[in-house]
Design a protein around this ligand. Structure first.
Ligand SMILES: Cc1ncc(C[n+]2csc(CCOP(=O)(O)OP(=O)(O)O)c2C)c(N)n1
Ligand SMILES: [Mg+2]
Length: 377
């Protein structure tokens, strides 16, 4: 007995009718965007804001300010007057491009290399120096009150950004959480979980990967086998894209688009900004031990500040006198902040117990007393 009977003749499957591969159920694409090439030439029509001299000059100033702040912070650390510091040399277009697209009421959740974004949002160079000098008063920003402090643990602020965005959604506020982290952070569960939650709840959050191609001594090729980091969004049902992270116009344009979408209820977005860490990981690192000088010098040709300056000069928006005035102004600003920082009396040792608990647990009360005793107070 046959196990079943058919009422119609089934067509025979011949080799020619059998599909070679099963049909695709989904297809994905990651786009890459850049407006200025490394020499500062426009490779596509520029967005509206980038046609306006004052807008471009503001971006240029912010990147130069970030670089000068960086140099001063490294100098203070080298002379024993600041704690470990993470320079953003060569990466200035990412934080500045991101922050310049945000509204004041949005919330920034930075990692430790985003001082360019913090300065744009009104955090002062003095506050940043206090923070890197180990004084928590530096995280009590006078402006940008609701921005998060620097996050040193890698990627742990990504779930916090999801929480912030969930609060915005529940309160029906038209605000967006913007979370910046590095290429190394994308290997962490915190980031995968954050992307997943943001996708499920369609939250107003923009994630930005500041991909400087290194996580301390781990190069990108050892970090992931994925072709792009932007595609990590896809598994979470989020749109992901890549931009030239040394082109401040591209970073700002992509962030502005993502923010507008999130604000309109369109959900989260992931931007991978591809840049390069020209300096050491931090002042506690010596990158010459794990990467070649020739690799680094080749990357100098792509750095963001010269790129925008070339564009400004070629379009007669910037002259030598403008540059000199800008550098002089910024020097004054940074030197004043450094003097104010050095003149700030350090807090007492008990301050290290002050900022985590409303009421200090008993064991920490005991440790605080012991610390005071050791300090002779
Ligand atoms: C949870 C955690 N693990 C380890 C470290 C030590 N650490 C500091 S930075 C860093 C690498 C981060 O690389 P990436 O995310 O690419 O950021 P980048 O430093 O390049 O800006 C590591 C492992 C840390 N700060 N936090
Ligand atoms: Mg990195």
């Amino acid at each position: 007995m046959p196990p079943f009977e058919t009422t119609e003749e089934l067509p025979a499957i011949t080799e020619s009718r059998r599909p070679a591969v099963p049909p695709a159920v989904a297809r994905f694409e990651i786009r890459y965007n850049r407006f200025l090439d490394p020499k500062g030439n426009a490779v596509r029509p520029l967005p509206d804001f980038a046609q306006i001299r004052d807008e471009l000059v503001a971006l240029y100033r912010a990147m130069v300010l970030a670089r000068r702040f960086d140099a001063k912070a490294v100098a203070l650390q080298r002379t024993g007057r600041l704690g470990t510091f993470a320079s953003a040399l060569g990466q200035e277009a990412v934080p500045v491009g991101v922050a310049s697209a945000m509204r004041a009421e949005d919330v920034l959740l930075p990692s430790f290399r985003e001082h360019g974004a913090q300065l744009w949002r009104g955090v002062t160079p003095l506050e940043l120096l206090l923070f890197w000098g180990g004084d928590e008063r530096g995280s009590n920003f006078a402006e940008a009150r609701e921005d998060f402090p620097v996050c040193v643990p890698v990627g742990t602020h990504a779930p916090h950004a999801v929480g912030v965005a969930l609060a915005f959604k529940l309160r029906r506020e038209k605000r967006v959480a913007v979370c910046v982290f590095g290429d190394g952070a994308t290997s962490k569960g915190d980031v995968a979980e954050a992307l997943n939650g943001a996708g499920v709840w369609q939250l107003p959050v923009v994630f930005v990967i500041n991909n400087n191609r290194w996580a301390i001594s781990v190069p990108l090729a050892h970090q992931t086998a994925a072709e792009t980091l932007a595609q990590k969004a896809i598994a979470a049902g989020i749109e992901g894209e890549q931009v030239d992270g040394n082109d401040v116009i591209a970073v700002r344009e992509a962030t502005a688009r993502a923010l507008a979408k999130a604000r309109a209820g369109g959900g989260p977005h992931l931007i991978e900004a591809v840049t390069y860490r020209l300096g050491d990981h931090t002042t506690a690192d010596d990158a010459s031990r794990y990467r070649s000088g020739s690799e680094v010098s080749a990357r100098w040709a792509e750095e963001p500040i010269a790129r925008l300056r070339n564009h400004l000069v070629a379009n007669e928006m910037w002259a030598k006198a403008d540059e000199e005035r800008l550098l002089a102004d910024i020097s004054v600003e940074i030197e004043r902040a450094a003097e104010a920082y050095l003149a700030t009396a350090p807090q007492g040792i008990e301050s290290i117990f002050d900022f985590t608990y409303q009421t200090l647990p008993k064991d920490l009360v005991e440790q605080c007393e012991a610390a005071l005793e050791l300090a002779g107070r």
